[in-house]
Each structure stands twice: as C-alpha cells, then as structure tokens.
Write a protein that binds this ligand. Structure first.
Ligand code: BMA
Length: 311
C-alpha cells in the first residue's frame, strides 16, 4: 500500500450529524484544542436554513467525540454582533494563548463575511471580544504566543485582481491589527492555483512555525480542496522558509469525495502531541469530521526537501 504522510484514522469519519442531539445537516470544519486532559472540538453545522452554527464535542482520546446537548455558538442577538452574524457563524479555529482559548470564526451577514474573535476559559460560556477584520476576510488563525512583543495572525482577504493569498498582520491587543503583508500566494497550474488560506493555527517546531493550509484547484467538475504545509521563521513569521511543493492530503475516502460539497478536505485544527506526532482534523466534503495523524518532523522535512517559492 502506498505510504501517505498523513495516516487517516481507521474509524473515520469521527463525527457526523447522526451524533448530534439537535437537528443539523452537517458536521464539519472544526477547531480542536486540548483542555484539562480532554480534547474539545468546536464544529460547524449547517442548519436546514442553509445557515451555520457551532457545536461542541468532547473526547478523552481525540478521536471518539461526544456532542453536548446544546450548540456552543449561534448567531448573536446583541448589538454589533447581531448585525454581522445574521447569516451564521462558521469555521472556528481555537488558539490557546495566555491562559485563555481564543476562537476566530467567520461571521456572515448582508455586509459580507468578516472574522469574529471570541474567548472561553472553560468551554462552558463564551464571550464575544470583537470583530478583527472588515468584510471579505476568511480563515483567520492566531499564533499561540506573542512574537517580538506582538500578537500575530494569518488570514485570507478576497481580491478581484490577485488569486486569494495568505496575509500576516500584527497587534498589541488582539483587537487592532495592522502592519499587514502578503506572505504566500497560489502558484499557477499547481494543486493550489486558484486560492489558498490558513487552516490550523500554526504549530511551533524547532525549525519554524508549521502552517497547515488549504489550497484549491478548479476543474471542469468543480473545485478540489486539498491541504499543504509551509514553514514560517520562528522570530519573523512574515518570512517563509519553505512551502511543500506537493499536497499532504486530498479527498480520497468516499465521505471526502461526496457530501454537501464534493471533493473537499478542509482543516481548521491540528493538535501537537508530546510524542512528536500531530492530530490533524478536517471536514470531509463539508459534511463530516475526519482525523488523521502525522509525524511533525516529517511534515517539516516535507516542506524543506521539496520546496517551492512562497510567491
Ligand atoms: C470555502 C469555505 C469553507 C468550505 C469550503 C468548501 O470557501 O466556505 O467553509 O469548507 O469552501 O466548500
């Protein structure tokens, strides 16, 4: 059998709508973090209105998850959050930073899509902090520590005149962001030629920040979403050391090929373990949640051994 760099968990999918005690159409694009020896998963679900909410599932081993009886985040009814979350909340990412769990999520409304920042200490209650982008941004991930005294995020603005690319920004307070620069662009006639976006919050390794991102290729049969890896400099993550030239994961299992949107693997989470492995989580065809494992050093070498220019 051919050896893949990501080993799929043998009992994928790990979570489906049948595991959810309230009515949803999908379970996908989840953020995951370790909390007090357990794995907490915030997953997106489409309702049968076509709009999305965020649920919570818990696990002891990172694979076998049980869903809480009530959703974790639904569109806010209050103030500015109500206005910008009218059409739903999507694709949460979780970063553990200075003792709190920060959640970045896509907020949809008649004004477009922008990124909200929320915070939980205990996965019981959640507090909205602020919106941290204007409209036409998605896929925001916050680094798990300050770098040179500033918070750092990656995200993906929309553009009409350039393929959608990964940008970096900095902040002193997690709310006001600036000093933005583009750091990585799609490559023409490549698996990610149409658009790229950050996936999981970056993971610190000895050789750099490991960035698991998604890339999209347009075909006559629709778009294919795959995952790739890049390495950012530890002290200056605006500098990219290497981008793996090949994808690390592509739709392959039946529930990745067929679902709500076909041919999608889309990651919002990767949890580094003490044994040097990483659990990677991805939505399959925007309908189910899947997991797999990889060796962190192998992902780093994958970037370094066969690297392409970031732009
Ligand atoms: C992207 C986002 C993701 C989704 C993907 C594939 O643009 O909407 O939430 O998983 O498309 O449909």
């Amino acid at each position: 059998m051919r050896k893949e760099i990501v080993t799929r968990y043998e009992n994928n999918p790990i979570l489906t709508r049948d595991d959810v005690p309230y009515k949803v159409e999908t379970v996908h694009n989840a953020g995951v973090a370790r909390f007090g020896g357990r794995y907490m998963m915030l997953f997106r679900s489409h309702l049968d209105s076509g709009r999305s909410i965020i649920g919570l599932a818990e696990s002891a081993d990172g694979f076998d998850f049980k869903v809480r009886s009530e959703p974790f985040m639904v569109p806010s009814k209050e103030g500015v959050f109500a206005e910008y979350e009218e059409y739903g909340v999507e694709d949460p990412r979780i970063t553990f930073l200075e003792g709190a769990y920060y959640i970045t999520y896509s907020a949809y409304s008649r004004h477009g899509v922008r990124i909200g920042l929320a915070k939980t200490m205990d996965f019981e209650s959640v507090e909205r902090v602020s919106f941290i982008t204007q409209a036409d941004y998605r896929n925001t991930v916050i680094f798990p520590e300050k770098i040179n005294g500033r918070y750092v995020k990656l995200d993906r603005p929309h553009s009409d005149i350039s393929p959608w690319s990964i940008w970096i920004s900095f902040s002193n307070d997690l709310i006001h962001w600036g000093d933005s620069r583009v750091v990585m662009k799609p490559v023409t006639y490549h698996w990610d030629e149409m658009k790229i976006g950050p996936g999981a919050p970056p993971i610190r390794t000895d050789k750099g920040w490991l960035n698991i991102y998604h890339g999209v290729f347009p075909t006559m049969d629709g778009c294919v979403y795959r995952l790739g890896v890049a390495l950012h400099e530890l002290d200056d993550p605006a500098k990219i050391i290497a981008v793996g030239d090949r994808w690390i994961l592509q739709p392959q299992d039946p529930w990745e090929i067929t679902g709500y949107v076909h041919n999608v693997v889309f990651s919002c989470a990767a949890v580094a373990e003490d044994d040097g492995t990483v659990k990677i989580y991805w939505g399959g065809a925007d309908k189910v949640m899947c997991a797999g494992t990889a060796v962190i050093d192998e992902l780093v070498d994958f970037c370094l051994e066969d690297s392409r220019p970031p732009m």
